[in-house]
Design a protein around this ligand. Structure first.
Ligand SMILES: [Cu+2]
Length: 162
């Protein structure tokens, strides 16, 4: 019942435009990053962390990269009145001044697609985010063992079955 759509215009190109000489103070802070171990043969992983906008302007997340993944998107998981849980890509993520956005199980998360190697407990995944008018922001995901936590919908396995 997992619903996944690809190709949303999350990954805008040419994000920084032509005003590259303007030096900008970093307003976005990212921390508390973690991920889950991926079973053998699964090439999709998840990532969670917290983003905070300490500046005075709304910031839009334009692109996310990590060396271990071919592509990264943001998804939201939610459960409807019938108890059916679905996830779908978030087309645009904006953070207002003073706002904290938490990516956590059964809500917002990033999907790491095209993993080159399985993610193993103890490994780290440096995730770099590009915001308009911001220097790149990197958060390090600590990979946790699957056995450390209860099963939940947005486990990597649930993204692979059809
Ligand atoms: Cu997902």
């Amino acid at each position: 019942m997992t619903v996944m759509k690809r190709g949303i215009a999350l990954l805008a190109t040419c994000a920084l435009g032509s005003l590259g000489s303007v030096s900008v103070q970093a307003a976005i802070e990212a921390d508390a990053g973690w991920s889950r171990q991926t079973p053998p043969g699964i090439t999709v992983g998840v990532g969670y962390f917290t983003l905070k906008n300490t500046g005075s302007k709304t910031r839009e997340l334009l692109k996310i990269t990590a060396p271990q993944a071919a592509a990264i998107e943001i998804d939201r998981t939610s459960t409807d009145a019938q108890g059916v849980t679905r996830m779908w890509p978030v087309g645009k993520l904006e953070i207002a001044p003073g706002q904290t956005v938490k990516l956590a199980p059964n809500g917002l998360h990033i999907m790491l697609r095209g993993l080159k190697q399985p993610l193993l407990p103890g490994q780290t995944v440096p995730v770099t985010m590009l915001f308009a008018d911001e220097p790149p922001v990197t958060v390090v995901l600590q990979v946790r063992a699957l056995s450390d936590m209860p099963m939940s919908h947005d486990m990597p396995m649930s993204h692979e079955h059809h």
